[in-house]
Design a protein. Structure first.
Length: 157
């Protein structure tokens, strides 16, 4: 009996089959390890959104991931010609149960583009929060129609 007759050859003789099996094994190992950096869970947080001049601010969605809390929502143009909020930005405020502002984050308002799959014009805003509002508190998103550099606070809205 020859030695070659005793060696079992795998049916994976071509490169694409071997690459496919290797990718499958890598995917299986990653899925089994449960990479924490890929996990995202939605968090129920009371929210409110304040729109401004032809631009609707949708209530945000809040997610917890490995880096903290991600907040995402949409700006939608209302009416003819509502394309861009102009010079503007979003204020994200975490508030306690009495309505006092605990933390405030500002981010530039994204440009609103026409969505070819819908008749609405919209843009998505996202930003990060370090902490959530306390029990009884809420997260408020306000579109402020002044440039970020000229902002003196929400009292000038």
């Amino acid at each position: 009996m020859k030695t070659d007759d005793m060696i079992y050859k795998l049916p994976l003789s071509n490169r694409s089959a071997r690459a496919g099996v290797a990718m499958g094994l890598i995917g299986l190992v990653l899925a089994a390890s449960g990479c924490a950096s890929w996990k995202v869970e939605r968090v129920n947080v009371p929210t409110e959104a304040k729109s401004s001049g032809g631009i609707e601010v949708t209530p945000p969605r809040v997610y917890r991931d490995a880096d903290g809390f991600l907040v995402a929502g949409n700006l939608r143009g209302r009416g003819i010609g509502a394309h861009h909020p102009g010079p503007g930005h979003l204020h994200a405020q975490t508030m306690d149960a009495e309505g006092r502002v605990i933390t405030e984050t500002k981010t530039a308002a994204p440009s609103i583009r026409h969505n070819r799959h819908s008749s609405r014009e919209s843009a998505t805003y996202t930003f990060r929060l370090e902490t959530l509002p306390p029990a009884g508190g809420r997260l408020r998103i306000v579109l402020h129609r002044v440039s970020l550099k000229k902002c003196t606070g929400l009292d000038s809205v």
